[in-house]
Design a protein around this ligand. Structure first.
Ligand code: SF4
Length: 495
């Protein structure tokens, strides 16, 4: 058990941690103290689709869209909210500063006006959470990784978590008016003193007040608790779950994720890690409670991230009755989701049995080796393909980091170099930034590919994609490219 803490004051940040966080470019975020709902109107038009309603109305790239039908346009959300009418009057500021009104006429309200607006700048988070991933980064990462942001607009649009600390009254009013639902809220604890300590701040709008507001305005939320052993577990967790479940259906789900600690915590509060023993005890305590919740509500409102089971060395749960499980990107049900198309993967293997040896090294995180067991067996039994999981220690963040999404190019290269002789290597695609094919340490996929004289392919989807990637590598089947990675974010990265 950790020594008793004084939760009444936030833990001070050392100059080293401040310097680390200050590596982020200030221009990349909006200060936490501002209200996004009170920002002045005006968004730069990036593109106008040819022959679109906007093009016919005479709008052009570089002009600034100020209002639609008299309503201020502060960002893309406003644009979608106010741009749904068939007839729009767009107030636009031209390059010389003059304002003109342009009439946009669409065939139907659903037709897109044909405008692409500049992406908005996200807001700083305003917290210093004791478990913040940014505080625990090594000093050598790309600048953008040091950004600590939270933005309710992105929470609505992309499902990213916010604490709610930056929400001003005007933002809440906007959330209610524009029906920005569901949102994703990090709660961590309902005891306000403990919550503030976890968030590293002196004062916050109480969770109870936020919940009451969301309830009144029928805004639904998904919530998460980052569990720090000895702090927000035990009775604190009981109280937090009681309050959140008492606010169903406003609260649609509660994901409990284990604290993640890198080896770069020097100068940060001394926290106890989630050990295999702790994870086993936690699962044992929680399992009957999870069942009770299902019995009472008919669905798993409280969910444990897969990482709990992997750390404990247990099988991850099956969620067959709930195919649209929320919080997949938070690491809940990822293994289940990965295997959802396993039957199809096995059928594909059966029809492509190889008559020559094909050896595949599947690079993965240390805890994920058991996850690949069923696929390894299917590849061997159905298609004569040898798949060998290659566990990779995360030396960049530390061996306490188990998730595949945080593996870096440096460690992937080391694993491949230490395990030569395979015909093909597979990489977990969720550690690769898709749009420029870079890993977190800025190494490119091409650089990793230079490690071996063999195919090196990322797997971006589930079991079927895993198999297709292998069969395409062996030259016996086509690989249908996956458009979107199912698990884009490492689940404990922020907020
Ligand atoms: S965990 Fe999220 S909310 Fe907390 S300090 Fe880090 S970025 Fe901010």
């Amino acid at each position: 058990m950790p020594a008793p803490r004084d939760y009444s004051r936030p833990e001070p940040l050392t100059p080293e941690i401040r310097r680390r966080v200050n590596r982020a470019d200030r221009n990349d975020t909006v200060p936490a103290g501002l209200s996004m709902a009170e920002a002045p109107p005006g968004v730069v038009i990036e593109r106008v689709a040819p022959d679109s309603p906007a093009a016919r109305a005479g709008l052009a790239p570089g002009e600034v869209l100020l209002r639609l039908n008299g309503e201020p346009i502060r960002d893309t959300l406003d644009f979608y909210f106010h741009g749904a009418a068939r007839r729009l009057v767009a107030d636009v500021r031209l390059a010389d500063g003059t304002e003109v009104a342009r009439r946009i006429v669409k065939q139907s309200p659903e037709e897109h006006a044909g405008l692409e607006l500049r992406q908005f700048t996200t807001q700083q988070c305003g917290c210093n959470c004791v478990f913040c991933f940014v505080h625990q980064l090594p000093d050598s990462m790309r600048k953008s990784l040091y950004i600590k942001d939270e933005d309710y607009r992105l929470s609505f649009m992309q499902g990213s978590y916010i604490t709610g600390i930056t929400l001003k009254d005007a933002d809440l009013e906007r959330i209610a008016r524009q029906r920005l639902s569901p949102l994703y809220i990090s709660v961590h604890a309902v005891d306000e003193t403990l919550r503030c300590w976890l968030l590293g701040i002196r004062k916050a709008r109480p969770v109870a007040e936020l919940l009451a507001f969301f309830k009144r305005h029928r805004i639904q939320i998904h919530t998460q608790i980052v569990l720090c052993p000895g702090h927000n577990d035990g009775e604190q967790l009981d109280a937090t779950l009681a309050m959140l479940l008492g606010n169903y259906p406003t609260v649609q789900s509660v994901a409990i994720v284990p604290l993640g600690m890198t080896r770069w915590r020097e100068g940060l509060p001394d926290l106890d890690p989630v050990t295999p023993d702790y994870a086993r005890r936690f699962i044992a305590t929680m399992t009957p409670r999870l069942r009770e919740v299902i019995d009472r509500h008919g669905e798993p409102l409280v969910l444990l991230a897969d990482e709990w089971y992997l750390i404990a060395g247990r099988r991850t749960p099956s969620y067959t009755r709930w195919p649209d499980l929320p919080q997949l990107e938070n690491g809940v049900g990822m293994v289940y989701h990965f295997y959802r198309d396993f039957a199809s993967a096995r059928r594909l293997l059966r029809t492509h049995r190889l008559d020559r040896p094909w050896r595949v090294g599947a690079v993965t995180s240390t805890l994920s080796v058991p996850v690949l067991e069923r696929l390894v067996a299917a590849c061997r039994d159905e298609a004569n393909i040898e798949v060998v999981p290659l566990p990779t220690v995360n030396t960049v963040f530390g061996d306490t980091i188990h998730v595949t999404g945080l593996l870096c190019g440096k460690d992937l290269r080391a694993t491949i170099a230490a395990n030569p002789g395979f015909d093909q290597y597979l990489l977990p695609g969720n550690c690769l930034r898709k749009y420029d094919e870079r890993f977190l340490d800025d190494m490119t996929l091409e650089q990793v590919r230079g490690t071996a004289d063999a195919r090196i392919d990322p797997v971006l989807g589930g079991a079927r994609d895993f198999v297709e990637t292998i069969l395409a590598g062996a030259g016996v089947a086509e690989h249908h490219v996956v458009a979107e990675h199912a698990f884009l974010r490492p689940h404990w990265s922020n907020s």
